[in-house]
Design a protein around this ligand. Sequence first.
Ligand code: DQA
Length: 164
Amino acid sequence: MATILVLHGPNLNLLGSREVNHYGHHSLQTINSALNDLANQLGHTLLIQQSNHEGVLIDHIHAASQKIDFIIINPASLTHTSISLRDALLAVAIPFVEVHLSNIYRRETFRHHSYLSDIAVGTMTGLGHQSYLLALRYAHSHLSNTNPDTTGANATWTCEKSEN
Ligand code: DQA
């Protein structure tokens, strides 16, 4: 059982009514409840936060230190502008996946650059609300593979010679 922080950046509180051609019809509440359902199935606890303020998001990242195992973040517009968000994620050194509902590479060129992608474990972009759910499935597999109880590092293997 792990604790995963889900962070939604500026304007994502308007999902469902905001530019539905890019972001789809699902509200943030619907996405969060689908994430909570999946987290329950996978046996993890989610802490979900949305903010329209860069500093508040940074405070959430700082507070994650020590108690959060993995971060799923849709930095929204801050993806393309925020060195502060990048520095906060580097400071806490918690593995994270960067999520986007829209395919940022099929949109305006200013959206093609991310200050976070090269320090993320990976990115999920362009798959609508599924981007979040797939990121959570990935987090589950990443955490299972890095848990010392489930990796080969601590496993004891016994080989028995068969008698023919
Ligand atoms: C977004 C893409 C960003 O470019 C944009 O500023 C957003 C949402 C997405 O989820 O597709 O607000 O992160």
